[in-house]
Design a protein around this ligand. Structure first.
Ligand SMILES: [Mg+2]
Ligand SMILES: [Zn+2]
Length: 428
């Protein structure tokens, strides 16, 4: 495949460390940042690269040349005047393939580009945004999606935010169909305003949720943090080509206070220490994935939309404290039929209701998780048995339900008072 890298950025915020080089050439552990981007693309078989350069572009050209030394083919397009975040694209239209990656040159990333492109193809998308949770969603622009991963809009940080939202942020990395680009443009184009938002209204934009490492190095502090993660091997380990370790966390009684059947966002209250526990997971090599039985949907007491809103309150409260879940998988089913108001098509003996392993399997496939090197933590024996059935190590917590589901009684590998104690035992 092909990639276009926007490398014209000036990087004023980085000026104390960049001096006479454009931002993508900032020194990152002894090499220019752009070398890592190109290296990651090459590892994924992306050898055809177009570099859009501008400010101090010759520094880039002189370093990379034809790309031969770096195992790729590089062509250059020079912006004589800044054309905005996308103004160059229609001008290089003849050189573009039908489908291409667009990468901003101020990112440090280490991702499975093939998995990203597979998702784009499966969805039949015109544009796919690489999206992830971050530790400061309250001051980030948030992507809104429906439950098919289709992007339906944005919640901007500049607007006063009403209600709850999933922690989902645009990383600055895209798969784009050339056909979606405007035919001709002489003036500046803004990628979001002029290309993505019009495509959202035709329903052709999707968000690819990933736990992989993608960070911009916009300030000296961020650069330093990303270099430290790189040296620790965190950036490489998070690449989904590599097997992931995960801490699977139950929801009710583990993340939020147990209230029996939870039917309203107002009933979601984080348990003490939970945000700190999940933050610790986020800073470790483990993924944080929530797996939860929500039979209230099959019972007809909560719609899918209401469940999203309930979960969004959890995401919002965690986000306010700098913590996030890499994934959330729920079972809306229930096996026993014959109650008033129930949703008949959700009343069956499914494969995902804990203690069955469907939710773990779905997450494992999505994030390439090595379940045998992972943990399941919950407040009932149903959680513990899920972990055992899936081949993970297990924790039973005392923080949640009094009724531990005695019918599933089994021996957990560990006992802990609450999620924070469990995570501290795992991470030391
Ligand atoms: Mg529970
Ligand atoms: Zn189910």
């Amino acid at each position: 495949m092909q990639a276009v890298i926007m490398a014209g950025g000036k990087g004023t915020r980085l000026s104390s460390v960049t001096k006479d080089v454009p931002k993508p050439m900032v020194d990152f552990c002894g090499k220019p940042l752009l070398e890592y981007i190109i290296g990651n693309l090459r590892e994924n078989g992306v050898n055809d690269i177009i570099l859009v350069i501008g400010y101090l572009g010759d520094v880039i050209k002189n370093h990379f040349g034809t790309g031969e030394k770096f195992g790729v083919q590089i062509r250059y397009f020079t912006e004589e005047t800044p054309l905005g975040t996308a103004g160059a694209l229609p001008l290089i239209s003849d050189a573009l393939s039908d489908t291409f990656f667009l990468v901003f040159g101020d990112l440090f990333l280490n991702i499975d580009f093939e998995k990203f492109a597979d998702f784009h193809r499966e969805k039949g998308a015109e544009i796919t945004l690489f999206a992830h949770p971050n530790s400061h969603p309250f001051d980030s622009d948030i992507i809104i999606t429906d439950n098919t991963d289709r992007v339906t809009g944005w919640s901007y940080k500049k607007d006063e935010r009403k209600g709850y939202y999933e922690n989902l942020v645009n990383a600055g990395l895209y798969v784009i169909e050339k056909s979606v680009l405007p035919q001709s443009a002489e003036e500046k184009l803004d990628l979001e305003k002029d290309i993505i938002i019009p495509a959202v209204s035709s329903g052709a934009v999707y968000a690819y949720r990933s736990s992989e490492y993608v960070k911009d190095i916009g300030t000296p502090e961020r650069l330093e943090k990303v270099e430290a993660d790189y040296l620790l091997g965190v950036t490489e380990k998070r690449n989904l080509k590599n097997r992931q370790k995960c801490i699977f966390v139950d929801r009710d009684g583990t993340i939020n206070r147990f209230v029996g059947f939870l039917r309203k966002p107002g009933e979601i209250e984080l348990l003490p220490g939970v945000a700190e526990a999940i933050r610790r997971i986020n800073e470790s090599e483990y993924l944080a994935v929530c797996i939860t039985n929500q039979p209230v949907v099959a019972r007809g007491e909560v719609t899918f939309e209401e469940l999203d809103n309930i979960n969004n309150k959890m995401h919002t409260l965690l986000g306010n404290e700098g913590a996030y879940l890499d994934g959330l998988f729920f079972c809306p089913h229930h096996p026993d039929m014959g109650f008033d108001g129930e949703i008949k098509e959700l009343k069956f003996d499914c494969d995902c209701r804990k203690p069955k392993t469907g939710l773990v399997k779905k997450a494992a496939e999505r994030f390439n998780i090595d379940v045998s090197n992972s943990f399941v933590i919950g407040d009932t024996y149903a959680d513990v048995l899920t972990g055992k059935n899936a081949g993970a190590k297990t924790f039973l917590l005392r923080s949640g339900a009094e009724d531990k589901f005695e019918k599933y009684k089994c021996d957990p590998d560990f006992m802990a008072y609450d999620l924070l104690e469990a995570v501290n035992i795992i991470l030391g």
